[in-house]
Write a protein that binds this ligand. Sequence first.
Ligand code: DGL
Length: 263
Amino acid sequence: MLDSGVGGLTVVKEVMRQLPQEQIIYFGDTARSPYGPRSSDEVRLFTRQIVDYLIQFQPKMIVIACNTATAVALEEIRAYVPVPVVGVIYPGARAALSATKTGYIGVIGTDGTIRSGAYELALKRLSPHVEAVSKACPTFAPLVEKGLFQSSEALGVVRESLEPLRSLPLDTLILGCTHYPFLTDAIQLVMGPDVQLINSAEETAREISTILHDKGELAHSLDTPVHQFFCSGDPEMFQKIARAWLGEQICAVPVVWRMSQIL
Ligand code: DGL
């Protein structure tokens, strides 16, 4: 599983819950995070570099637990590796469609994800009658990477960014960035109790489960799997956030990109 940083841990947590026997190898590209403001070419290149790193572990599948990378690199990575590749955008869109009653759905994400129009496309393909309105929230992921997701600063940032959506009659809001579930309390407070927040983790974990089941590859061992976490930036900060979020004493192994790999 991969992400630009700690965001994909929101998917990790749900996979651990639904599929407790599966071993997870996670890569957070914290040295190059955030991906949101980067060009599609950069995000595609970084995603490919991480997949090259992960493939040495011979995974059963790759999960791009990052919306920004899913939006621009999913198809390319599918063609590149010999194992199934799961992204987070279609699962998020499916979850939103089953939650909405009015068909009026909001999407928040990084600049890259919103610019790509990937959620609108997925929603329209799945259900042509829904209406989607989207808004980039570029300040959210950096706040989470700094470990400030429960601060009063976070609430202020969320309030300011979501202000334009508050007057719209949305009944469902897609958290179209895997970092945003860290800010669920603040986002719910600002949007009010009538707006359902959609986090793609649950549906993504279900998709992973279905694929592994259909391929006869679900893990059956009764031993507790030993997960591995790698990050390209400060392992202390990664560990601090991962331990708080997962409630487990995980250790993060630092991976240093060669100079030629860093942009
Ligand atoms: N967690 C990521 C996403 O789902 C990327 C956040 C970022 O690096 O800007 O889009």
